[in-house]
Design a protein around this ligand. Structure first.
Ligand code: XMP
Ligand code: MG
Length: 178
């Protein structure tokens, strides 16, 4: 598995330090509120579990699964809800936890869905951002690291369902997917 990694971009320690920082800012912003924290499966599961430990306000967690990629490394542009939320978002302060924003298509669709369901507020926290690849105007409210335009894996992110368990984030060797 490690043989398939070209380069480690951020180590486990660097990621944990950033997650702590994000948690502190979010804790301050949501003081006195009870946000509904939505994990976008599957990629964000590791970030979600580390992040909520650093958020010091009462919160609820729910999960949503959408697909836009299949096993390819490019967005198809078609977003489909595979698993919907268990709870209603009406009147809630919603914080969407995403692993990585690439084209922005997935999140702009999700934000739209949640706003149409009358959430009180909808904000986005993403650990990784690839602004160079954006095709829609979408910015995260909180972001961890800005990444170059390369396919990355680890810390929840996969290629064809593999590599999610790596504790760091790294660039996959091109030979693996080409
Ligand atoms: P869009 O293009 O809609 O895509 O912003 C967001 C989703 O695409 C996946 N994605 C990646 N997954 N390595 C991955 O493992 C990457 O480099 C990568 N870039 C995008 C991811 O699931 C994200 O939720
Ligand atoms: Mg994914």
């Amino acid at each position: 598995m490690l043989n398939d990694i070209e380069e480690v971009l951020y180590s486990e320690e660097q990621i944990q330090a950033k997650v702590k920082e994000l948690g502190e800012v979010i804790s301050r912003d949501y003081e006195g509120r009870n946000p509904l924290v939505i994990c976008v499966l599957k990629g964000a599961f590791m970030f979600l579990s580390d992040l909520v430990k650093r958020i010091e306000v009462p919160l609820e967690v729910d999960f949503m699964a959408v697909s836009s990629y299949g096993n390819s490394t490019k967005s198809s542009g078609v977003v489909k809800i595979i698993k919907d939320l268990d709870v209603t978002v009406e009147g809630r302060d919603v914080l969407i936890v995403e692993d990585i924003i690439d084209s922005g298509l997935t999140l702009s669709y999700l934000v739209d869905v949640l706003e149409r369901r009358n959430a009180l507020s909808v904000k986005i926290v993403t650990l990784f951002d690839k602004p160079a690849r954006r095709t829609v105007g979408l910015e995260a409210d909180y972001k961890g690291f800005v990444l170059p335009d390369a396919f990355v894996v680890g810390y929840g992110l996969d290629y064809a369902e593999k590599y999610r368990n790596l504790p760091f984030i790294g660039v996959l060797k091109e030979a693996v997917y080409s």
